[in-house]
Design a protein around this ligand. Structure first.
Ligand code: ADP
Ligand code: MG
Ligand code: MG
Length: 200
C-alpha cells in the first residue's frame, strides 16, 4: 500500500532530479523552445516541496492535489498547467480521504491524469511532447515502477526523431526534428523519481 509519505518521497525526489538536471532541461529547450524549461520546473517543484512541508497534507490524494495546484500557480510556461493538471487530476482520482492506495489504484489514477493532460494540451502520442513519455510509462506501470521508468526514458529518447506538432517547438516545423523534447525528458525524470520512491 502507498501512503502520503510515499507520495511526499516521490515529489521530493522529483524536485531533487529537476534541480540536478535543470541546466540540461533548459539546454534542450534552447534550440526548439525559449530556454526556460529547467528554471520553470525548478521554481515549480521548489514551491511544491515548500507547500508540502508547510501544510503536511495527510493523504495521497491531498498530497498530489496540493502539488498540482502549486505547479499551476508558480510555473508560467506551458509545462506548469500541464504537470499541474497531471498531479491534480491523479490526486482527485485517488480521492481526498483514503490514507493508503494500492499500486493498481495509482496506475488507474495516473491514467486519468495523463488523459487530462492530453485533453488540456491536445497532444497525442507522436506529437513530440511530454505525452510521449507519460503514455508508455502508464502502460508499463502494470509490470513495475522500474519498467515504467524505462518506458518513459525510451519514449523521451524517441522524441528526437519526431516533428513537433504542439507547443513552441511546433513553430519550427521540420526543423524541430533531431532535437530531444525537454518536456518528455522531464516527464521521464518524474517517472524515475516515482520508481526511486518505490525503491525500484
Ligand atoms: P514553454 O514552452 O511555455 O516555455 P516549458 O518550456 O516549461 O514551457 O515546457 C515545454 C514543454 O512542454 C515541451 O517540451 C513539451 O513537452 C510540453 N508541451 C508544450 N505544449 C504542450 C501540449 N500542448 N501538450 C503537451 N505537452 C506540451
Ligand atoms: Mg520553454
Ligand atoms: Mg516559456
Amino acid at each position: 500500500m502507498l501512503d502520503a509519505d510515499f507520495f511526499r518521497r516521490w515529489l521530493t525526489a522529483a524536485a531533487a532530479a529537476v534541480d540536478r538536471e535543470a541546466e540540461r532541461l533548459t539546454a534542450l529547450d534552447s534550440p526548439i523552445g525559449d530556454a526556460d524549461h529547467g528554471s520553470n520546473l525548478q521554481r515549480g517543484f521548489a514551491a511544491v516541496v515548500a507547500a508540502l512541508e508547510k501544510e503536511e497534507p495527510p493523504t495521497p490524494g491531498a498530497v498530489l492535489t496540493l502539488a498540482g495546484r502549486q505547479l499551476i500557480s508558480t510555473v508560467g510556461g506551458a509545462s506548469g498547467p500541464l504537470y499541474g493538471t497531471l498531479l491534480r487530476r491523479t490526486g482527485k482520482a485517488l480521492g481526498n480521504d483514503a490514507a493508503e492506495v494500492t499500486g493498481e489504484q495509482l496506475r488507474d489514477a495516473l491514467r486519468t491524469g495523463v488523459e487530462a493532460v492530453r485533453t488540456l494540451g491536445g497532444a497525442a502520442p507522436g506529437d513530440k511532447t511530454m505525452v510521449d513519455a507519460l503514455v508508455p510509462a502508464v502502460d508499463a506501470l502494470g509490470e513495475s515502477f522500474a519498467a515504467a521508468a524505462a518506458a518513459a526514458e525510451r519514449g523521451a529518447e524517441e522524441t528526437t526523431g519526431l516533428q513537433a506538432r504542439k507547443g513552441r517547438a511546433s513553430y519550427l516545423g521540420e526543423r524541430s526534428i533531431g532535437h530531444r523534447d525537454p518536456g518528455a525528458t522531464s516527464a521521464a525524470l518524474l517517472v524515475a523519481a516515482l520508481a526511486e520512491a518505490a525503491g525500484a
